[in-house]
Design a protein around this ligand. Structure first.
Ligand code: 6R9
Length: 648
């Protein structure tokens, strides 16, 4: 891991402040006074605070202790029994919301499917009965490899309903990425589809699933949703059609009362070293955290139509496309396809057609839209929108301003929400009716979140000093462990700076208490809002027969935030075919990891102890002059040579 300096330079000086409008504040769920009071209560009387929130949800048995903190292991709502799917569905049907729209889904081809809360409960119950019939029991892991279709949400909720632990793998991931995740989680069942639509083409998921299954000896069954009517290979003793086994079940199912700390899901994310980590979340705390943050941050009201554009393969899709809004009884919109299908106006047409009121998307998408000009969104009526959100990476102030002006009509507040797969729920944000926004700055801590900026040695830094973002106390929706590797959990999150949660991001806090995120400090890239470990991409590169060594760094990219730059050494002076190598990385990991630039080198800049100095590679990749102390390098001459080598 590279050692960032203790102080991180502060490059951006943004001074614009945009206050919420009087109209928005007048109707907002949370005012400034309310935030101040509840935030103070959440830190000073955490048990009372969290009990009040949790009591709004249904528990089959009450908890006896709010928090049991045995650092670095936390248990929340100890002894309580609950069920995520019950709270997301049955609870609303029981309070008379059965006929309210839960999910409005639009396929890339324009097909629309709508489910009321009562209908969704029926479908989830059928799927839960089917999973049980297939032999899935509470605690078993189930891998999902699906396009963003209603069955994906139904499958997640069905797992939650019976206490099976879902592990959703993004449908854009490759065979080997899928196989690794099935094996690491020891899943018995894989739920997939024949294909999914992406940019007008049917992408054959079953084919990938078949190849992954061949590499995953523990996998017993494959449940296949028919989405695209594409021909598929079939293994009679293993494969079952969703329609056959789910369609024939009863639409009644009693949700299992589960321990508050019963695992809800595992989601794999990139870390700085080694293979992806299975981030483990549990039931009660995650439920309370996503429930509270969704209503406070998105100012949710009964008549909202809320759209989070994240795929369920990412944490944002878990917490804010599915669980958080359904826990609040909201109507959610889901869209299967690409933002530019058939053209860059698709999102705005969807908003106009369905009258979406809240939009939550990523800076990489916002920058792409911005690059295609103001005229395209201007063609659609966006007047239904009342609130905008951003997540996934730092949003540059110009993109923030564009989002507010062109999409939000200068009327909608913009919330920039900082959080992680590991945090489960939003940690830093402004609340739309309570706080002025500062473009580029995430804002203030959510309830119960106690952040600080520290040096590597644990010294707290003051206002406007850049350092490492840490969280000083446990919170309900935090990860509980790394699946199958608790040591890695201890070391990565609570061992870097002893006693505090280490987020891996650089940040600073201004004199108003607003936090601005300055990007990752570890060897993790953020490409289009998705975390990719440099290690993983390097392993894929060296797995290619003509590559002997590889180093990967990120380069700032106007649209993607960061893009992948690969430095490779060849095996015995072999030729590199760049297209071939890019195809290889796409096959090994997925298209997100595809290098934008490849630099074929004779040597990499290494210290005498053999550590690659990625700091210098980052400068070379960005076309910057070499800065910093090169004296620890074995051969500083390597740098000039690399800088003079054109990328392919
Ligand atoms: C939710 C999610 C987490 C990393 C995180 C940080 C970056 C996310 C951000 C942001 C600046 C924001 N990040 N939101 N950086 N401002 N509003 O994206 O989770 O995929 O685990 O990524 O993303 O670097 O550490 P995940």
């Amino acid at each position: 891991m590279t050692q960032p300096s203790d102080h991180i330079d502060n490059m951006l000086h943004e001074t614009r402040v945009i206050a919420p409008s009087a109209e928005f504040t007048a109707q907002a769920r949370v005012t400034r006074e309310e935030y101040d009071r509840r935030y103070r209560q959440s830190l000073e009387q955490p048990d009372e605070f969290w009990s009040e929130v949790a009591e709004e949800l249904h528990w089959f048995a009450p908890w006896t202790q709010v928090l049991d903190w045995q650092p670095p292991h936390a248990q929340w709502f100890v002894g309580g029994q609950t069920n995520m799917a019950y709270n997301a569905l049955d609870r609303h049907v029981a309070r008379g919301l059965g006929d309210k729209r839960a999910v409005v889904w639009e396929g890339e081809d324009g097909e629309v499917r709508t489910f009321t809360y009562a209908e969704l409960l029926g479908e989830v119950s059928r799927a839960a009965n089917a999973l049980t019939e297939l032999g899935v029991q509470a605690g078993d892991r189930v891998t999902l490899y699906l396009p963003l279709i209603p069955e994906a949400v139904i499958a997640m909720l069905a797992c939650a309903r019976i206490g099976a632990v879902h592990s959703v793998v993004f449908g854009g991931f490759s065979v080997s990425a899928l196989a690794d995740r099935i094996n690491d989680a020891q899943s018995k069942l894989l739920i997939t589809a024949d294909a999914g639509y992406r940019r007008g083409k049917a992408v054959n998921l079953k084919e990938n699933a078949d190849q992954a299954a061949a590499l995953a000896p523990g996998l017993e069954k494959m449940l296949v949703v028919r989405r695209a009517a594409t021909p598929v290979a079939w293994q009679e003793d293993r494969d079952v059609w969703w329609n056959d086994v789910v369609g024939s079940q009863s639409d009644r199912h009693g949700a299992a009362p589960l321990d508050s700390e019963h695992p809800l899901f595992v989601l794999y994310t990139s870390g700085s070293t080694g293979k992806p980590k299975g981030v483990q979340h549990t039931t009660g705390g995650y439920m309370v955290g996503t429930y509270l943050t969704t209503q406070a941050v998105f100012d949710l009201k009964d008549d909202d139509l809320y759209w989070c554009t994240a795929d369920i393969g990412w944490i944002t899709g878990h917490s804010y496309s599915v669980y958080g809004p359904l826990l609040n009884g909201a109507s959610i919109l889901l869209y299967e396809g690409a933002p530019n299908q058939p053209d860059w106006g698709r999102f705005w047409q969807i908003i106009e057609k369905h009258r979406v009121t809240i939009l939550y998307t990523a800076p990489t998408a916002i920058r792409s839209f911005m690059g295609h000009g103001d005229e395209i969104p201007a063609r659609s009526d966006l007047s239904s929108l009342r609130l905008l959100g951003s997540v996934g990476e730092p949003i540059n102030p110009e993109a923030w301003m564009w989002y507010r002006r062109v999409i939000g009509g200068d009327r909608c507040p913009v919330v920039d929400t900082w959080w992680q797969t590991e945090t489960g729920a939003i940690m830093l944000t402004t609340l739309p009716g309570a706080h002025p926004s500062k473009p580029g700055s995430a804002g203030l801590p959510m309830y119960g979140v106690e952040p600080a900026i520290m040096t590597r040695s644990g010294e707290e830094l003051g206002p406007d000093e850049g350092g490492l973002l840490v969280i000083k106390r446990p919170w309900p929706s935090m990860l509980r462990t790394v699946y199958g590797d608790d040591e890695r959990y201890r070391k990565t999150y609570w061992g870097e700076i002893p006693g505090v949660y280490f987020a891996g991001d650089g940040a600073r806090r201004d004199s108003d208490g607003y936090y601005t995120i300055m990007g990752r400090v570890d060897d993790v890239l953020n490409v289009s809002g998705h975390r990719l470990g440099t290690m993983e991409i390097e392993s894929a590169l060296v797995a290619h027969p003509s590559v002997s060594e590889a180093a990967v760094v990120g380069r700032p990219d106007p649209i993607k935030g960061e893009c992948v730059v690969a430095f490779v050494l060849t095996q015995d002076g072999q030729q590199i075919d760049p297209a071939e190598l890019r195809g290889h990385v796409t096959r090994e990991i997925g298209a997100l990891a595809r290098p934008d630039a490849i630099i074929v080198a004779d040597a990499l800049p290494k210290t005498r102890s053999g550590k690659i100095m990625r700091r210098f590679l980052r400068q070379i990749a960005a076309g910057q002059p070499i800065q910093g102390d090169t004296s620890t390098l074995e051969d500083p001459g390597v740098l000039d040579k690399l800088a003079a080598t054109p990328a392919v």
